[in-house]
Design a protein around this ligand. Structure first.
Ligand code: GTR
Length: 325
């Protein structure tokens, strides 16, 4: 009898635990190419903390940093397939899939980070986020990715002329290929994870990125000449698999959306600090920074706009972005 009672209690207890584990716990798997501690990684972790707290522990986010789930283009496909729930990616690799992302990938489209914030926090930003939906994704929020500039292993760049004939890695998008070609250099589209060894072995002369990426991916070890031409300000985006989103109740969808939104300010603060810190680190480690006159770089972008800004939707987006003060 005693044994029976003990057994029944044990069974009841394990059933309760199982129900709790299966019915209540939602674990969202999230991907990022950057290492632990990077502002985007920390922002998604923070979003996870908010979600856990606000859902009384029912919803958790697990961040797989350092490209553990693959390079960005592959993780985008895995997210569309619902294998990955959340993905923090640059807008660049979306250019072939989501036409709305092309406008923010145009060189010098934003005058400053402040201008970018105003645009992305407003109607245009919302419209671009909505552009992900027909492609199996839900756009949740934008993060900062600073300004991208060229760096290389060969020589300091002080003018557009210095770029002539050099080979630079770009993210996998036709816009970036044409951007580099318009500057008289040669573009090599490659996944992020292949940049270091490609510079080291001389397959390419350099790449282009912001200070935190240049520093954290250690590209600064193999390409010591950084030129602050700031040709791209491409926002980062946090997307969710549409299939994972659809599995959530409307209440949980609202929680996810709000937590993503609330992580934006946190990311911006972390980003601002990391930009300064990374710049100091690379300078201390021997990188030299030149500041070429930007105007000739801007002037050289005419053909890129002529080729890529052809349909009415994109034209009007460009105009609306430029009109934001
Ligand atoms: C970084 C960005 C990454 C990735 C990388 C790249 O600035 O945060 O998402 O796109 O650039 O150049 O591939």
């Amino acid at each position: 009898m005693y044994l029976m009672r003990k057994l029944t209690t044990a069974l009841a207890l394990s059933a309760a635990l199982t129900t709790a584990a299966f019915a209540q716990d939602i674990v969202l798997k999230s991907s990022d190419t950057h290492p632990d501690g990077y502002p985007t990684v920390e922002a998604v972790k923070y979003m996870g903390e908010l979600l856990k707290e606000r859902s009384n522990g029912r919803i958790a986010v697990e961040v797989y940093h350092s490209a553990q789930l693959g390079e960005e283009k592959d993780t985008i496909e895995q997210t569309r397939a619902g294998v990955i729930d959340l993905n923090r990616v640059s807008m660049g690799p979306f250019n072939g899939l989501v036409p709305e992302t092309r406008v923010v990938s145009l060189p010098y489209i934003f005058r400053s980070t402040d201008h970018m914030h105003k645009v992305m926090d407003g109607d245009v930003g919302q419209e671009i986020l909505a552009g992900f939906e027909p492609h199996g994704l839900v756009g949740l929020a934008y993060y900062d990715g600073g300004a991208r500039s060229f760096y290389n292993s060969q020589k300091p760049i002080t003018s557009v002329e210095d770029l002539k004939g050099m080979k630079f890695r770009v993210m996998q998008s036709d816009i970036f290929v044409d951007m580099v070609n318009a500057l008289g250099a040669n573009a090599v589209p490659l996944p992020y994870g292949e940049v270091y060894s490609s510079i080291e072995t001389g397959v390419i002369d350099g790449a282009e990125n912001n200070f935190p990426s240049y520093e954290s991916a250690k590209h600064s070890e193999v390409a010591k000449h950084y030129s602050l031409d700031e040709h791209l300000i491409v926002p980062e985006v946090l997307v969710m698999a549409k299939s994972s989103w659809d599995k959530l109740s409307p209440e949980d969808q609202a929680l996810v959306k709000q937590a993503a939104k609330d992580s934006v300010q946190k990311q911006r603060e972390l980003w601002e600090a990391r930009e300064v810190e990374s710049r100091k680190m690379v300078e201390a480690a021997g990188s030299t920074i030149t500041t070429p006159d930007k105007q000739p770089f801007i002037d050289a972008m005419g053909p890129v706009y002529e080729k890529h800004v052809t349909d009415e939707k994109l034209k009007s987006l460009v105009e609306r972005i430029r009109a934001v003060q």
